[in-house]
Design a protein. Structure first.
Length: 406
């Protein structure tokens, strides 16, 4: 049982393994919020696959499995564009089942009746929870209706754990037995490792777009990292605060003060923050735009930094070299455009190449950059929850986890 120790130590949350499921209706809140193709197929089934261990465990334990998820932002009403129907199909293939029951809704007398008629080993996927505005409003009546579908509640939707919705918080109090699934456990285990007891040296790499969104992450990481490398648009704000010329780069100048303070705090703590030594610059963000590399951290007037330059990739790679724990959030540039993705890919390869380190990727765009680079199997853990992983690292208590506490 040692495997589950971190969950038990940090919280009083039961794990699915602790609960008896045989013959019971087990409601599993999953995060099947997957991207769809233009013709309505599942474009990336990573999130479905990530929940399979929990679903398969419940099936093996002879439970009646009822799955619920949101998909996209359907504005609280039925919208076929956001139907989970393609997910039900993919799930059936992945589970190698003859049938996944897929009703037209997620609550109602008919569905409750279905849940009572289902046999152990059967799976039902409810229709998109967000077809009801009551889901996001955490409406009590709606929560009770969801709760009436089950005997046991399992939350395996780490990606939705930072939201207090009916399916993540409201319904939990109306179900007798509750616990966390395997994916939830894994997420908590790795992210706890980062904030609680990282093996050292611990190096964090931060990038992406918004200092304002991530300043609390930086603050909390400064309590635990040995060094910090900052790239992407986030670095622009730091460089501007230090007096470098950033041209037309994306800079949150109103965050000058916040960036300066973070710097000072790092200095008093003796934690080095590494910033870009050079940039890939363009005059406009465009596939065709002519590209230059700066000779230092300044950006000329009329130009903007869209990626870290080669000297910076080398610096960050060197600082990562002997790391035993790495946390990476946020791409190093506008990685969506191939020409500006070299810095992000360089850092991804540097992290993937570390042989003896625990490497953890948090953040939606960083995770997708790693997948694009085909390096997902070289990382210890890629969090399935962008926002949730960041709030966890900030040290916030996630409502979905709090609801699971005994
Ligand atoms: P994550 O999802 O991993 O937490 P963010 O959402 O914070 O990351 O940031 C990702 C976005 O940041 C991407 O859309 C990327 O294009 C943008 N970005 C990164 N560097 C720059 C830059 N130098 N200038 C403009 N945008 C940038
Ligand atoms: Mg993002």
């Amino acid at each position: 049982m040692g495997f589950f120790a971190p969950l038990r130590m940090t919280t009083r949350i039961q794990h699915i393994n602790d609960l008896s499921l045989a013959g019971k209706r087990v409601f599993i809140r999953v995060d099947f919020n997957v991207p769809l193709t233009a013709d309505g197929k599942v474009a990336d089934d990573t999130r479905i696959k990530a929940c399979l261990p929990t679903i398969q465990h419940a099936l093996k334990a002879k439970a009646i499995v009822i799955l619920a998820s949101h998909l996209g932002r359907p504005k609280g009403e039925k919208d076929p564009k956001y139907s989970l129907s393609p997910v039900a199909e993919r799930l059936m293939e992945l589970l190698k089942l003859e049938q996944v029951i897929f009703p037209e809704d997620c609550v109602g007398d008919g569905i409750r009746k279905l849940s009572l008629e289902m046999k152990p080993g059967q799976v039902m996927l409810l229709e998109n929870l967000r077809f009801h505005k009551e889901e996001e409003l955490n409406d009590e009546k709606f929560a009770k209706k969801l709760a009436s579908l089950c005997d046991v509640y399992i939350n395996d939707a780490f990606g939705a754990a930072h939201r207090a919705h009916a399916s993540t918080v409201g319904m939990v109090q109306f179900v007798k037995e509750k616990g966390a699934g395997f994916l939830m456990q894994k997420e908590i285990e790795f992210l706890t490792k980062v904030i609680a007891k990282p093996e050292r040296p611990f190096v964090a790499v931060l990038g992406g777009a918004k200092v304002s969104d991530k300043i609390a992450v930086i603050e909390n990481l400064l309590n635990t990292v040995d060094r910090l490398a900052v790239g992407g648009a986030m670095a622009n704000t730091f460089l501007a605060a230090l007096g470098f010329k950033m041209g037309h780069s994306k800079v949150e100048s109103e965050k000058n003060y916040v960036a300066k303070k973070a710097f000072e705090r790092a200095k008093t703590k003796g934690i080095p923050i590494f910033l870009p030594l050079d940039h890939v610059i363009v005059q406009k963000i465009d596939e065709e735009a002519p590209v230059q590399v700066t000779s230092d951290a300044n950006v000329p007037e009329g130009w903007m930094a869209v990626d870290i330059g080669p000297k910076t990739v080398a610096l960050f790679s060197k600082e990562l070299q002997n790391a035993k724990t790495v946390f990476w959030n946020g791409p190093m540039g506008v990685y969506e455009i191939e020409k500006f993705s070299k810095g992000t890919l360089g850092v991804a390869h540097a992290i993937a190449g570390l042989k003896r380190a625990t490497t953890i990727i948090g953040g939606g765009d960083s995770a997708s950059a790693v997948v694009q680079a085909g390096l997902e199997n070289k990382m210890t853990h890629i969090s399935t929850g962008g926002g949730a992983s960041l709030e966890f690292i900030e040290g916030k208590k996630l409502p979905g986890l709090k609801a699971l506490e005994l």
